[in-house]
Write a protein that binds this ligand. Structure first.
Ligand code: EPZ
Length: 417
């Protein structure tokens, strides 16, 4: 296994190109199963989750060819093959195979998902949607077995605003007979991205990005070409790193509207933020105010950025309170930051962060965004080298992280653990 070595204290300067969104890519790849002809996806990030999905699509009988950031998928020869174990265990988003295979084949047998286990991540709302569409869902020795003689449109109210359930139901409903309405739907940009792909494939979806999505089922879907939206979580992480190191970074290939909550909170702290059409410039400042942050569903502050934001808040003068209203205990980064000298107290779904200097230490990434938090923290420490193990988690969400940070002037390298 590898570990990341970081000698911090260097203000990051320069330009970083943001890649395609991981949380779009892991939905768009299985969505291609619904098409009866070739789907081309551009601006694909080079991440382990994407590579796993590419393998899964080939195991299902699809042909997949890569050309740089572009992937060409021919799903015409795909079969409904059970995927009880193996690669589906490697990522949480394998659950999208359920909606896609149900929509294409009328059945799916998928192992319960793996991925970052910062807390239990149920899929009851996904199953509620599939059953509403007329499918029978059973637990088959740790796999979910879903069968539908015929998918019929339905009105589905999500008890919990869920990105995954919203997308999964959209995938299956795109091929159901009649209309489906998803109420209390999630509004994340990735949902709009999936709806855009499906509509380009011939689906009839309206209202993606609002709390009510309407889907008119169609008999078949065809191939198309689609470019993935930029990764707003990756962009937010670099914004935080620029602020934390008091640097000056231009973050290119972003949609500033997707970063509104992050931009607002950074400005509240005293960070200088300049928005252009497709880029954002962050200029760090010597003094930051402590602030309160609430992680909420979109367009609120993203829960995926609450961990790296915790590291930035250690650089503010005073006490900040960061609360996560999406996940109740997404704080595995806190014990590791404490080892780096941070003064953070977790109370329920809140982390109370007292600003103060950090020190280099040997720490472990417990999940993807917790790993990002440790990288940000290490970048602020001028003396000594911080060692971060669990790099495989970080590689799941950050394309070319070491190269990008080195290009920005950071002294960071990988070593064998
Ligand atoms: C997506 O996960 C993202 N992953 C997560 O990013 C992100 O943290 C999350 O949305 C929230 O924004 C992908 O897109 C692959 P949810 P998802 O369903 O869809 C509860 C990262 O770091 N819930 O929106 O699984 C759930 O427990 C990852 O990139 C149910 O109760 O999240 C949570 O409290 C981590 N029942 C809340 O809803 C369900 O059936 C939101 O979860 C589904 C969810």
């Amino acid at each position: 296994m590898e570990k990341l070595m970081i000698r911090g204290g260097i203000p990051l300067r320069g330009t970083v190109q943001i890649s395609g969104a991981k949380n779009s890519a892991v939905a768009l790849l299985p969505a291609a199963i619904l098409a009866e002809s070739t789907v081309t996806l551009d601006n694909l990030p080079h991440l382990s989750d994407v590579a796993v999905y590419s393998d899964i699509l080939q195991e299902l009988g699809g042909t997949v060819t890569w050309n740089g950031d572009t992937i060409v998928i021919d799903p015409s020869a795909m079969k409904s093959i059970p995927m009880p174990n193996g690669k589906v265990k490697l990522l949480r988003a394998s659950y999208y195979l359920m909606g896609a295979m149900l929509g294409r084949f009328g059945e799916a047998t998928i192992g319960l998902p793996g991925g970052c286990n910062f807390e239990p991540r149920p899929i009851d709302q996904h199953i509620k949607g599939f059953e509403a569409l007329g499918a029978q869902v059973t637990n088959d020795h740790g796999s979910v077995r879903i069968v539908a003689k015929e998918l019929r449109g339905a009105k589905i109210y999500l008890d919990v605003v869920s990105v995954g359930a919203t997308i999964n139901i959209m995938l299956a409903a795109s091929r159901a007979k009649g209309s489906t309405i998803i109420e209390n739907a999630a509004k994340e940009p990735e949902i709009i991205d999936v709806a855009t792909l499906l509509n380009a494939m011939g689906a009839k979806i309206k209202g993606a990005g609002t709390e009510t999505i309407r889907i008119e089922g169609v008999d078949s879907l065809h191939g198309c070409r689609h470019s993935i939206i930029p990764d707003r979580i990756q962009a937010g992480t670099y914004m935080i790193a620029a602020a934390a190191t008091r640097g000056d970074i231009l973050i290119d290939n972003v949609i500033p509207k997707h970063m509104e909550a992050m931009t607002a909170k950074l400005q509240e702290m005293g960070v200088h933020v300049y928005e252009m059409d497709e880029s954002i410039r962050i200029v760090g400042q010597p003094h930051y105010e402590a602030i309160d942050v609430k992680a909420l569903v979109y367009p609120g502050f993203a829960t995926d950025l609450q961990s790296p934001m915790t590291s930035l808040l250690t650089q503010a003068q005073g006490v900040s309170i960061l609360s996560d209203y999406v996940y109740s205990s997404r704080f595995k980064h806190v014990p590791e930051l404490t080892r780096m000298g941070a003064s953070i107290r977790v109370e329920g779904r809140s982390a109370i962060v007292e600003g103060g200097p950090l020190t280099a230490a040997k720490v472990r990434a417990a999940d993807l965004r917790a790993g990002a938090a440790l990288v940000v923290a290490a970048l602020t420490i001028p003396d000594g080298v911080t060692e971060i193990t669990g790099v495989e988690y970080i590689d799941r969400g950050y394309d070319n992280l070491v190269d990008n940070l080195r290009m920005l002037g950071a002294d960071v390298w990988r070593e064998q653990e």
